[in-house]
Design a protein around this ligand. Structure first.
Ligand SMILES: [Zn+2]
Ligand SMILES: [Zn+2]
Length: 406
């Protein structure tokens, strides 16, 4: 079996991994570069030649750094989770993206549904991430067993399930391909999603202070929206959403609500008619907004003059390097006084401890391949044994033919 890391060995995002066995080839993810990434993204022609003749492309989740180039490989069978596809369709319809046509021909898989591509057997396992309906893949060819984690974390609402899932359904592997985003962010504070919920409840229950909040957050992060929704439910406040966000919440309820009450979104008001204004001003509200919605926010500030801001995104968009900062988000934050901005965020990615636990659970026999990691990452943080350390693939450069034979 050959594992080729086309991209993502020394950068966060733009992930493309190929698995080959005999004449069969599959790609895991076909991501585009995140904003601020050094170097040029692949051209359409490069993607076409990379994907030519592969049996299938399997997407772990719908973030652009994993799926961004899907429309450039229209003639290859593509697969994604059913709920993930539903959310993408809502988003692409709203954006009026021409790529929605290609989405229509995407196939879906569900958790633990075995798929066969020639001699390669692939089993998807649900995992917790800041994107809804995210998966890891177990890939087997009769000789080797490889686990590709995609993006995952264990501090989300359903993250703890991994401790049971890996021993029961995966066991020891020959190679582990894991994300390593946090290996360059070891000092970042990583609260659990449940802890964020307590903080949101605290804000909505403050005495003698306003209970009106805009929340700058991702419109497709099911855990974070569940955090705000639950906090509203527990305090009698309202989640106030626009029609696009409502459609996304409806998909969450349809697909994830069947498994957990936490993801049944049923206490919200939809912007359009504003006959609920009195009610939300009286009871309190959280209104999720996106970076381009400063005008909408200003309009609602006219009604709720005391409203404050919950900043619920990565802080690097405000204070990172020139390439990382997002001027739209900076503009929104600048509308508020310092004491009116509340930072409620946690990473969508595995902590160093979670990566170490996964290595311990899967006991890779041959290789440990860490992708989705910055080139300044510190592998030493993992505190691996000499033996495990010798299995970690290193010395690869981005943009080269990074092929690992196992
Ligand atoms: Zn990613
Ligand atoms: Zn992701």
């Amino acid at each position: 079996m050959k594992i080729i890391i086309h991209r993502g060995i020394n950068q966060i995002g733009g992930c493309i991994t190929e698995i080959q066995s005999g004449d069969d080839r599959i790609l895991i993810d076909l991501g585009s570069n995140l904003p601020g990434t050094e170097g040029e993204d692949f051209t359409k022609e490069q993607i076409k030649s990379m994907t030519r003749g592969v049996n299938a492309i399997l997407f772990t989740h719908y973030h652009g750094d994993h799926i961004g180039h899907f429309a450039d490989a229209a003639d290859v069978p593509q697969y994604i989770g059913e709920g993930a596809l539903a959310v993408m369709q809502v988003k692409y319809k709203t954006l009026k993206s021409p790529d929605i046509k290609q989405l229509g021909s995407m196939k879906t898989y569900s958790a633990r549904q075995k798929m066969q591509f020639g001699c390669l057997k692939v089993t998807p396992f649900f995992c917790s991430h800041s994107a809804f309906d995210s998966y890891m893949f177990l890939i087997e060819d009769g000789q080797n067993k490889v686990l590709h984690t995609g993006d995952f974390r264990t501090h989300g609402y359903l993250g703890k399930g991994l401790d049971k899932l890996i021993p029961a359904f995966v066991g020891q592997v020959d190679a582990l391909i894991t994300e390593g985003t946090m290996l360059c962010r070891a000092n970042e504070n990583v609260p659990t999603e449940a802890e964020l919920q307590y903080k949101a409840i605290e804000l909505l229950s403050r005495k003698d202070k306003c209970h009106h909040f805009f929340a700058l957050c991702s419109s497709t992060d099911i855990d974070r929206l569940a955090t705000f929704h639950k906090a509203c439910k527990k305090t009698g406040a309202w989640l106030v959403v626009d029609s696009y966000q409502k459609e996304v919440l409806d998909e969450f309820t349809k697909y994830a609500g069947a498994y957990s009450d936490l993801f049944v979104f049923d206490r919200f008001k939809v912007i359009g008619t504003e006959d609920f204004l009195e009610e939300i001003l009286r009871d309190g509200f959280i209104m999720p907004i996106r970076s381009k919605q400063i005008r909408m926010m200003r309009k609602w500030r006219y009604y709720a003059t005391d409203a404050e801001l919950i900043y619920s995104m990565w802080k690097g968009y405000l204070t990172g390097t020139d390439k990382q900062v997002n001027p739209d988000m900076q503009k929104i934050v600048s509308v508020f006084k310092e004491e009116q901005v509340h930072y409620l965020h946690t990473s969508g990615h595995a902590t160093v401890g979670a990566i170490r636990d996964l290595i311990e659970m899967t006991k890779p026999r041959k290789k440990i391949i860490i992708i989705h990691k910055d080139r300044n990452s510190d592998i030493g943080l993992l505190n691996l044994s000499e033996e495990d350390l010798s299995k970690v693939v290193s010395g690869f450069k981005e943009g080269e033919n990074n092929c690992i034979e196992i």
